[in-house]
Design a protein around this ligand. Structure first.
Ligand SMILES: Nc1ncnc2c1ncn2[C@@H]1O[C@H](COP(=O)(O)OP(=O)(O)OP(=O)(O)O)[C@@H](O)[C@H]1O
Ligand SMILES: [Mg+2]
Length: 218
């Protein structure tokens, strides 16, 4: 595997218990680029991202992230803070009482001081255009606001790689434009799942379609 390779999946097989396989001997290599992942509802896009993040374990195949073979939780754990992962459902990602707590959680967990974490929270909120949201109750936010804050929790860790599951979901036009600016500025490699082809066309170098459990370049 070249040093440029960030993700390498080989022969990945995954099926939920009692269901047909979703991923069927899937191969994928991600270098230093941002690529799109498309495919119909239920084809397995989120499942694939969860395998890359080590949240579910494939029944066969190997996962290599940043040059390391990851087969157990202990292999994934040190890598996760380097990956900006945005869940499809922001409710799965946000669990603190306030927006500022959610944004500070990652940095504090990684050993930042309170002051450093507060600074990160301020910067991220400003970048997202949510300056006044720090003390808001996360649970009470709108769908789009939650999605932006979820993106913020990923950015708060200064990731090296982005894994975004439908980042434009619930976002209005202005928020999508802001998201595009943020992603453009970050210039990070990664994988973006989206049904928004207009957004993908602007953001990614190329895309893959997931169909019948495998990827083909579009
Ligand atoms: N926990 C689960 N238990 C059983 N089946 C599941 C589970 N999660 C997902 N599935 C099924 O696995 C298939 C793939 O689901 P997945 O969420 O990966 O699709 P997706 O491509 O992300 O779809 P969407 O575009 O709707 O987000 C679907 O048929 C779904 O119903
Ligand atoms: Mg999905």
């Amino acid at each position: 595997m070249s040093s440029e390779t960030l993700i390498k999946l080989s022969g990945i097989v995954y099926g939920y218990p009692g269901r047909p396989v979703v991923l069927d001997s899937l191969d994928f290599i991600l270098g230093q680029e941002l690529v799109g992942l498309i495919g119909p509802n239920g084809c397995g896009k989120t499942t694939l991202l969860e395998i890359i993040m080590g949240l579910i374990k494939p029944q066969a195949g190997t996962v290599e992230i940043m040059g390391r073979v990851c087969s157990e939780e202990k292999h994934f754990r040190p890598l996760r803070p380097q990956i900006g992962f945005v869940f499809q459902d922001a409710n799965d990602q946000l669990f603190c009482p306030t927006v500022a707590d959610d944004l500070a959680f990652g940095p504090l967990n990684m050993g930042a001081s309170r002051q450093e974490a507060d600074e990160v929270v301020r910067t991220v909120l400003t970048n997202l255009g949510l300056e006044d949201f720090g003390s808001r109750i996360t649970y009470d936010l709108s769908g789009g606001e939650k999605k932006l804050v979820a993106l913020g929790t990923a950015l708060a860790l200064n990731p090296k790689l982005l894994i975004l599951d439908e980042p434009t979901n619930f976002l209005d036009e202005k928020a999508v434009t802001r998201l595009e600016e943020i992603i453009r500025t970050l210039k990070l490699p990664g994988l973006v799942v989206s049904h928004d082809l207009n957004f993908l066309n602007k953001m990614v170098s190329h895309s893959f379609r997931l169909e019948n459990g495998r990827l083909t370049e579009v």
